[in-house]
Design a binder for this molecule. Structure first.
Ligand SMILES: [Zn+2]
Length: 349
């Protein structure tokens, strides 16, 4: 009788641990994972919430034997997911929508999110990316939603609010974000950019006390509409540098206005990370760390972060990434997959 009771207890304990192990995807049940995937100067940023729901912002480039899609699938696998619930296409330039078809061939996708119709119909590469995306949607295998500033994405576990899209920005500040911006004094502006960049979707993510801002490739003048004279989006802990760090974006009004603790530039060795844009991020008040997906050849020694903050150095195509593990108190870790080392950041004050 005693033996039977003992076996029963062991059985109950075993069931309990089996449930604990199978209840959540890889990583702690309470953390949000963000992967800044190297797509050689394009964008691909994967969010996986504690509930296991996933949002991918952009799909990198077409071609290269599916290189970018393979890297996204590898990140998904690392996060313990076998499907991407939402793929948000910020705009229809080929470094953002290019990899969509190759990605969908490799991993199930639920819903595509976009800003609406392509606006750059006179540019052949953009038309090619847009047309391929239309063919993918025409299969009928995916839902599609087009969203506008002020809308919240239907994702469980973190809040994603659209703040720019289809040429517009938020009409009203986000709740608790109505702030006078001291960084709006006139400075020389880059040339106007009326390409698809102007129609980029951008968002603010809230996860507990943590806030992240990613405005896609939004041009400088549109950043000012969002940030001046009132900062309509508030402060953020993490800023994904606009437009890969090109100097056509990344105004002081935006960068210094959101006062990021950590900035991440999704640049390539030869794309983005313009020295003047790099300087604006580097001089941002209160910045603790400035990560770059690549050493920027244009930046040279004077305009690159120290090696520990670089995922890819030299010219080789090695595809190292950053993985952010965030907790609801606003603390987070940034793993550099090249070095295996992690930087840790405390909750916001
Ligand atoms: Zn781009």
């Amino acid at each position: 009788m005693k033996l039977a009771r003992y076996i029963f207890k062991v059985f109950v304990v075993a069931i309990f641990f089996a449930q604990c192990l199978s209840a959540a995807p890889a990583g702690s049940a309470k953390t949000l994972q963000i992967y800044c995937i190297d797509v050689e100067g394009g964008q691909a940023t994967l969010f996986v919430t504690p509930q296991g729901e996933s949002l991918l912002i952009d799909t990198g480039w077409d071609g290269f034997n599916g290189r970018d899609a393979d890297r996204i699938v590898a990140a998904a696998k690392d996060a313990g997911i076998s499907k991407i619930d939402y793929v948000l296409i910020t705009h229809y330039h080929s470094d953002h929508v290019g990899g969509a078809t190759q990605l969908a061939a490799r991993i199930p996708v639920g819903t595509f999110i976009d800003h609406g119709e392509n606006t750059e119909t006179n540019d052949a590469p953009t038309m090619a990316g847009w047309s391929a995306y239309q063919r993918l949607l025409a299969t009928g295998n995916y839902k599609r939603i087009s969203v506008k500033p002020g809308e919240t994405l239907p994702i469980k576990g973190a809040e994603f609010v659209i703040v720019n899209g289809d040429g517009k920005v938020l009409e009203r500040p986000l709740s608790n974000a109505r702030m006078k911006n001291e960084n709006c004094k006139p400075v020389p502006q880059p040339a106007a950019d009326h390409t698809e960049n102007e129609f980029s979707l951008g968002l603010v993510m809230n996860f507990g006390n943590l806030r992240l801002v990613d405005l896609g490739d939004l041009p400088w003048a549109k950043e000012l509409e969002l940030m001046c004279p009132l900062n309509k989006i508030g402060k953020a802990d993490i800023l994904i540098a606009t437009h890969h760090g090109f100097n056509g974006s990344g105004s002081p009004a935006l960068v210094h206005g959101v006062v990021p603790r950590v900035a991440i530039m999704e640049n390539g060795a030869k794309k983005g990370a313009s020295p003047s844009a790099w300087d604006i991020v580097h001089s941002s008040p209160g910045l603790s760390a400035f990560y770059q997906l690549h050493w920027s050849e244009e930046g040279g020694a004077a305009h690159n972060s120290p090696a520990e903050f670089l995922a890819n150095i030299g010219g080789q195509d090695s595809g190292n990434y950053f993985k952010i593990t965030a907790r609801p108190d606003g603390s987070f870790d940034v793993l550099n997959s090249r070095t295996g080392k992690t930087g840790s950041y405390l909750p916001p004050k």
